[in-house]
Design a protein. Structure first.
Lengths: 496, 250
């Protein structure tokens, strides 16, 4: 049993137990806390942007319905791709230089994103079509800068925590990140949009994020990169991180466990694509069915709220269940949540207090987010855990980093398809047509969700049918030791 | 060898040039994939020559009583496309209809937009060749959109341009009915002042007043439920006022 458990107070209350663990962080120095502040402000900037990104591109920058989700998809795709490369740069040029390069690009990209459209049209006299290219350049630069953050912050957390405090350090980092996500919606996006309505509010949200990045950057200047909480780690360089991405793919692609994993990843694609819809399509769906003054931030804060609650209360209980079973349950719950949006809003009229279509939409959205987040809570940590377990012991890092491959391919396709579905079945102005009875089920947002529901349901069904093929190759680990589990989870969640 | 030298040695051993090279290959592959998927889907995309113009209207970026990019786009569109100003998009809407459309639950938000949109509405109505009587795929006129959106100043301007106040869309709704259904008090007031007929009936017998009553009842009823704490529309009082304005027509 690890040292952590021996020293942590054994309290029956999971909330007290969870927070009492943080006492160990007292031994972490100022650099650890600076890193968390950097992460917090960078997280605020990221989450505020991602909540309004599709709407900003559509309403402020003049992207078409089919283009806005596509570019949001490309942004997240480029971000994941760049992480491959910059993970190593951190080791080569040092933390402070990496922060400098990353934040410079991030701030520049964000400035171009926030101001590029106006700059192009007003100062360069470009047409809106042409000024979009400036915005796209901003997205590319920003995604490159963003990619520096996650590996760099994780390297910092690792460097500035002792072995004893590290799992808790990562736990705290993950908690703090989700608190940032929670605040981004309710405390930032909604108040800003309430004050500056319409496209101007969206631009303000983007520019607010840029200010957060500047604050985060200022914090990086006080980090002492030469401090190592474990001095022996000064000379350790992870070999896996210095490998070329294509070399990595070439090495594992012929391996039987990786091929099996790839099949598994493709099968789970349906439900995992739905995770990305939260930022690609949902914002348009919310504002078009309910109204532009819809509390977008509040709804997006429900997800991190459930995750935070789950981290504290539910995750410790889940260790008693097998990984594959939990994944199936998580996927099924997440997929089933779409039923709430796929049924006609009139079905909600049987419930007391729901008498109009917008009331029905609101309840459908609210319940869907809660149920979906609960499913995600069961699925996501177990998914990373599963990938780690099916990998041969010496190739866990490679398998973990390549687990995103099917998603890389799916993201741009999903962006285009999602955008098209929105332009036909959830076009701007559809609320007026729903009010006047002009929208049949086959042209309604409900049908759009039915399509995604079918796609999402395929995943748990396929996994149930082929379950025997995907049971862990290391059955001895199916009921892991509690502390090992917590450590592993904290690290995997940080990676995720 | 001391620690710093070892560290430097380790750093020298990492060649990040090839890593970046792979990144470029992966990025190019993803870029091509994205481009191809866009190309394949392009046939299904809903594009209109007026997309940029509409987008600029919705951005409402009026500075010193003018919006240069909008004026430029309008002029260039008029120069390049015949009947540009009356072009219908995939939903059948013209730029004029888009100008008078907003979707807010709070009437006060819609009224803020009303003033801003007036600039664009005037610009379009002053454009030679504009046809105000165009209808979208479901028979909505620009006046229907303005009434549904709750933009009284725009309603007044459209009426001044000669639009039919009692035009019926394909389901028989008049602009007054849509404004009443949404609880848009000022718009109902304006339409009544301008001479809209409150006694018009749809085929199912519903009138502006009965629509306001049924929708108002729904909002009134729900105010007693807990979840209104999460989502309050403050429409109840508006419907009472609308019914007062329309009272006695049934």
């Amino acid at each position: 049993m690890s040292k952590t458990t021996n020293e942590a107070p054994q309290n029956g209350n999971p909330i007290v137990r969870y927070f009492s663990e943080f006492g160990v962080l007292k031994e972490c120095g100022i650099n650890f806390w600076l890193t968390n502040f950097i992460q917090f402000f960078d997280g605020l900037a990221y989450f505020t942007l991602i909540i309004v990104f599709a709407l900003f591109l559509k309403d402020y920058c003049g992207f078409r319905d089919a283009d806005a989700p596509f570019w949001v998809g490309m942004y997240t795709l480029f971000l994941s791709l760049f992480v491959f490369a910059v993970g190593t740069i951190c080791d080569i040029i040092g933390l402070k230089h990496t922060y400098l390069v990353g934040f410079s690009m991030l701030i520049l990209g964000r400035l171009i994103l926030g101001l590029g459209s106006d700059f192009g049209m007003r100062l360069l006299d470009l047409s809106q079509d042409h000024s979009r290219y400036i915005v796209i350049a901003g997205i590319a630069i920003m995604s490159f800068g963003s990619a520096f953050m996650s590996p760099c912050i994780q390297t910092s957390i690792r460097r500035f925590t002792t072995l004893h405090a590290r799992p808790t350090g990562f736990n705290f980092y993950y908690l703090f990140m989700n608190i940032g996500a929670l605040l981004a919606g309710v405390a930032i996006v909604d108040p800003i949009r309430a004050h500056w309505s319409g496209p101007e509010g969206l631009q303000m949200v983007v520019n607010f994020g840029t200010c957060c990045e500047v604050i985060a950057f200022l914090f990086t200047r006080f980090v002492n990169e030469n401090f190592y909480a474990v001095p022996e780690e000064r000379i350790t360089t992870e070999k896996a991180s210095s490998r070329r991405p294509l070399q990595l793919i070439g090495e594992v692609i012929r391996e039987r466990p990786f091929q099996k994993l790839l099949v598994f990843l493709v099968l789970t694609l349906g439900v995992r694509l739905v995770f990305t819809l939260q930022f690609m399509i949902m914002p348009q769906y919310y504002t078009r069915t309910i109204g532009d003054d819809f509390q977008l931030g509040f709804m997006n804060s429900l997800n991190p709220f459930i995750i935070i609650t789950g981290l504290i209360v539910i995750i410790p209980i889940l260790k008693y269940f097998s990984t594959v079973k939990l994944m199936i349950w998580g996927m099924s719950i997440s997929a089933a949540s779409l039923i709430l949006m796929a049924i006609p809003p009139e079905c909600y009229f049987v419930f007391p207090g729901i008498d109009t279509v917008s009331q029905a939409y609101f309840i459908a959205i609210f319940l869907q987010i809660i149920i979906f987040a609960f499913g995600e809570l069961l699925f996501s940590p177990r998914f990373s855990e599963y990938v780690a377990r099916v990998a041969p012991k010496d190739k866990v890092a490679s398998y973990m980093s390549l687990a995103g491959l099917p998603m890389f391919i799916a993201k741009p396709v999903n962006g285009v398809v999602g955008g098209l579905l929105v332009s036909y079945m959830c076009y701007d102005g559809i609320a007026a047509k729903i009010d006047t009875g002009h929208v049949s089920y086959w042209c309604s947002p409900e049908f759009m969700w039915t399509i995604y529901l079918i796609l999402a349901v395929i995943s748990p069904l396929a996994i149930i049918l082929t379950k025997d093929s995907f049971v862990s190759n290391h059955p001895e680990e199916d009921v892991p030791d509690e502390d090992e589990e917590r450590k592993e989870l904290a690290t995997q969640e940080a990676q995720a | 060898m001391d620690t710093n030298t070892e560290e430097k040695q380790e750093k020298r051993n990492i060649h990040w040039g090839p890593i970046l090279q792979d990144m470029v290959i992966l990025m190019a592959a993803m870029g091509v994939l994205g481009y191809l998927s866009k190309e394949v889907m392009e046939v299904f995309e809903t594009k209109s020559t007026t997309d940029s113009l509409v987008s600029l209207i919705r951005k409402e970026d009026v500075k010193n009583s003018k919006d240069e990019p909008f004026i430029r786009e309008l002029k260039s569109g008029m120069r390049d496309h015949e009947d540009f100003i009356n072009t219908h998009d995939n939903t059948g809407r013209t730029p004029l209809m888009w100008t008078v459309y907003v979707n807010f639950n709070e009437p006060v938000e819609a009224q803020k937009k009303d003033v801003k949109r007036l600039f664009y509405l005037n610009s379009l109505l002053d454009t030679p060749g504009i046809r105000t009587d165009e209808r979208d795929n479901d028979g909505f006129t620009a006046l229907h959109w303005a009434a549904w959106s709750g933009l009284p100043a725009c309603v007044e301007r459209l009426a001044a341009a000669g639009m039919d106040l009692n035009a019926e869309e394909n389901s028989g709704y008049t602009p007054l009915m849509l404004a009443a259904m949404r609880g848009n008090v000022e718009t109902v007031q304006k339409l009544l002042q301008l001479g809209a007929d409150p006694a018009r009936k749809r085929s199912d017998g519903s009138t502006a007043s009965s629509l306001a009553e049924s929708h108002g009842a729904a909002y009134h009823k729900r105010s007693s439920f807990v979840y209104t704490l999460l989502y309050s529309e403050r429409r109840d009082a508006a419907y009472v006022k609308v019914r007062e304005l329309l009272g006695g027509d049934r």
